[in-house]
Design a protein. Sequence first.
Lengths: 267, 267
Amino acid sequence: MEPRLAILAGTGALPQILAAGDPQAVFVSFAGVDVEVPDGLIHQPAAFDRLGTLFEDLHSHGVTEVVFAGAMSRPALNPASFDAKMMTLAPRLMAAMGQGDDALLREVAAVFTEEGFVVKAAHEVAPDLMLPAETRIGPVPKKQDVADAQKGLDILTALASMDVSQAVVVAGGQVLGIEVIQGTDAMLGFVAQTPTHLRRAKGVLVKGPKPGQDMRIDVPTIGPDTVRAAAAAGLAGIYIPAGGVNVLQRDKVEQALAETGLFLQAR
Amino acid sequence: MEPRLAILAGTGALPQILAAGDPQAVFVSFAGVDVEVPDGLIHQPAAFDRLGTLFEDLHSHGVTEVVFAGAMSRPALNPASFDAKMMTLAPRLMAAMGQGDDALLREVAAVFTEEGFVVKAAHEVAPDLMLPAETRIGPVPKKQDVADAQKGLDILTALASMDVSQAVVVAGGQVLGIEVIQGTDAMLGFVAQTPTHLRRAKGVLVKGPKPGQDMRIDVPTIGPDTVRAAAAAGLAGIYIPAGGVNVLQRDKVEQALAETGLFLQAR
């Protein structure tokens, strides 16, 4: 059977980017998730409380692979709308939900696998999303930036078992922000308000996957907005592990780096 | 020799509280640190770049013990003003400063010890600062609050080796804030802005010492402002390890808890 991809669309630019690269894909939008449906692709509407119906629809389109793309906030499920399949899945998904968003996403991926779909990572579908190792755009990081990046990675590693953070800001050895549920942009907004007397250096944003995380779901991303938010927070640049972060809209990222003077370093 | 205490005053309410409890103490204020000098105590002005002079002054007052009280931001040192003692101490202190605020404070405490002073913890001088174990003020924490408090403690423990945080907010299993350099009130202000759809429960503030930290310096504190900031962030209450946090102005803390309906639990 020809492989055929379904893009399970969340918010943000990623679903559109994947759609542009695969005109044969099926584009799945979920009720309650605000996405723009691209022209030219088969569009399959779906609902979280009717996953059995979605599985049938995907099989009827000949879909063999799925990719989770973009951000999805935790859905409000309505048991009255459950289809038969969802009735059997709900207890598992509810139990996973109680353990956190990552556990829920892992369980959802497991369910799709059991239904016969290969769950692909976004960067497997579009390898250009990840920067090759040692890529640098913009100025050369200073020695302090390199040390700050290492401290940021150490903090992400220390927090790995707690499953809470994918981004940290360190400046002159001092930690100015640790991302939690509100996301990277909100954390950078907080960092921007740090009183001047507490800042010793411009600092760097370090963003990367939680060590050991499933790279098919909840992969950290940066885009042009991340660069501009980092610049507004007064930072010198951004560090990402090569192969660990999806860089969305690379041309616009490069433009934002050129305009703000920040560096982006993949290592 | 009679023990005699010197209060090395930083900002906040703690120096005044300790002064009120020991009328024989010497109250030391440092140039550039904005403190209110209490009536009735011997007042000894001092400067960070003339520590040798301070040691002589303290000895001449018969001081045998010192206590670091309140917050001090990193001083700007002027080598042109150094006294002879400070000339010999400066390289040590500068080296410690490069390793962070905690390292600097530990080195300063070591220097006072070498000069013959016993460095006391604030709660050794004023034992009422700490709540006895199992103290609870306000409503009984819910089961979710207890679980959230445990997760908060786990995060502080995970970060212990990184020396960055004394406070965390957890709500319904989700982490809403991790305190870094800006302090607890700023972190609570950030938590207060969390979008409603990301909040599953009111949540708790967990504040405690870094595991293994020197309890004579940089001991975490809460006061009435902490209670009000936690209330403004929509939290259900505050957890502190018994014996780990100084509770300043306990009467005002109790009044703020009564007015806001939050709990304070020491365990």
